[in-house]
Design a protein around this ligand. Structure first.
Ligand SMILES: [Zn+2]
Length: 352
C-alpha cells in the first residue's frame, strides 16, 4: 500500500514555467541577445523530484572554452540515477553562451563572466548576465557544483577547489571523490565567492584543458556529481565503491619560466615530484644554452602548461604540497586506474 504520509514536493517555478514534481523540463533563460536580434538563451535542465530535498545547481562553461563540464552534464542527464531523485537538479551545460559560440573564455566585451558576480541590473554586459544568472538560477539553489578546466593550453589534474572553512562545503568536497582537494577562498567576483557568501555551499571541479575533451576527466566528473547527489540524499546508494578520503593540499604554487624559449616538460600531470628534481628544460632552436628547470618544492603536479612556446614569467607547473605526499601519489594511481577501467557512465563508447 502506498504511504500517503510521504511528503510531496511542490511544483518548481522558474522563469514563469512550472515544473511538476516527478518531471523534467528544459527552460530557455533569455540571458542575452546578439546584435542581429537573435536571442541567446541559456538552457537550464530542471529535474524535479517527487519528494522534496536539496536544490543542486551544476553549471559548466562559465568560461566559454572550458568544455569537459559540458560533456559531464550531457552524460549526467542520461544517467539512470536521475530517474527518481529527491529535491531538484538544475543543470546548466553552458553559462557563458557568448564565449561558447566564439570558443573563448571571455564575453564579447573581453570581461571574464566569473569575475562579474554578483553583478547588477544596470552594469556592464558581464554584470547584467551575472545578475540575471544569480537571481534566476543560483539563488534558487541550496548547493552548487561549478565545472571548470584549466585555461587554454593549460591542463589541470582532476581536483576540487573549495572553501573548507564551511563544513558543508568540505563535506561536498570529500564526497565528490577525487584524491586532490585544494582549499581556496576565491574572491574577485566569482560565482563561488558569491554563492558561499549567501550560504550556498559550492565546490569547483577543475579537470583537463580548455577546448579539449578528456575522457578520464569527464568520467571522474560525472561520478563526482553523482557522489555529491548521493551525499546530499538526492539519490539512493549506488553499487559503486565508496570513494577514498581525499587529501587536502597544504599549499600550492606555480613554477614560472625563467627565460623565453621552447619548453620541454619532463613530468606529466599527477607526477610525484621531489625537491630539486629536473622537471623540464627551456631550449632554443636558434642556439644557446638550455635552461634546466628544477622543482623548487616537493609535491604533486596538479597543473601544467602544454604549449611549448613560452615567455619569461609564464606559468609552467602548478605544484601542490601535501603532508603525506607518498599516500597522495598512491591514491592517485588507484583512482586513475579505477577511472580508466570503469564505465563511461553514458552507455556510449569512450572519447579517445
Ligand atoms: Zn574556468
Amino acid at each position: 500500500m502506498k504511504n500517503t504520509k510521504e511528503p510531496k514536493n511542490a511544483p518548481f517555478e522558474i522563469d514563469g514555467i512550472t515544473v511538476q514534481p516527478g518531471t523534467r523540463a528544459k527552460v530557455e533563460l533569455p540571458l542575452a541577445q546578439l546584435y542581429t536580434q537573435t536571442p541567446l538563451n541559456v538552457p537550464i535542465h530542471v529535474i524535479h523530484g517527487r519528494k522534496p530535498g536539496p536544490v543542486l545547481m551544476v553549471s559548466a562553461a562559465i568560461h566559454g572554452d572550458e568544455l569537459n563540464g559540458v560533456e559531464i552534464i550531457r552524460r549526467l542527464l542520461r544517467h539512470s540515477a536521475l530517474k527518481s531523485i529527491n529535491g531538484t537538479l538544475l543543470a546548466v551545460p553552458v553559462v557563458n553562451v557568448f564565449g561558447f559560440i566564439h570558443k573563448t573564455r571571455y564575453l564579447p566585451d573581453r570581461r571574464d563572466l566569473n569575475r562579474c558576480f554578483p553583478g547588477s541590473e544596470t552594469g556592464s554586459l558581464g554584470a547584467r548576465m551575472a545578475w540575471q544568472f544569480k537571481t534566476q538560477v543560483l539563488d534558487r539553489a541550496t548547493h552548487a557544483v561549478d565545472l571548470h578546466t584549466g585555461a587554454i593550453h593549460r591542463a589541470n589534474l582532476p581536483q576540487i577547489r573549495a572553501d573548507l572553512s564551511n563544513e558543508d562545503t568540505g563535506a561536498m568536497a570529500n564526497a565528490f571523490g577525487v584524491p586532490v582537494v585544494i582549499n581556496s577562498v576565491l574572491g574577485e567576483g566569482t560565482l563561488r565567492e558569491v554563492a558561499e557568501a549567501q550560504g550556498i555551499p559550492v565546490i569547483t571541479y577543475e579537470a583537463g584543458e580548455a577546448l579539449r575533451f578528456e575522457e578520464s576527466c569527464i568520467r571522474a566528473g560525472v561520478k563526482g556529481v553523482l557522489n555529491v547527489m548521493q551525499h546530499l540524499g538526492m539519490t539512493g546508494a549506488r553499487r559503486s565503491r565508496v570513494p577514498a578520503e581525499p587529501y587536502i593540499a597544504r599549499s600550492s604554487s606555480w613554477v614560472r619560466a625563467e627565460r623565453d624559449g621552447v619548453f620541454l616538460s619532463l613530468v606529466a600531470l599527477g607526477a610525484w615530484i621531489k625537491k630539486g628534481d629536473l622537471i623540464g628544460r627551456i631550449s632554443s632552436p636558434f642556439g644557446g644554452e638550455d635552461v634546466n628547470i628544477y622543482a623548487p618544492a616537493a609535491g604533486i603536479l596538479v597543473g601544467r602548461n602544454n604549449l611549448p612556446l613560452v615567455n619569461e614569467g609564464e606559468a609552467l607547473y602548478h605544484i601542490a604540497r601535501f603532508e603525506e605526499v607518498s599516500e597522495v601519489a598512491q591514491s592517485l594511481e588507484v583512482f586513475t586506474s579505477d577511472i580508466e577501467k570503469g564505465p563511461t557512465l553514458a552507455g556510449e563508447p569512450p572519447i579517445v
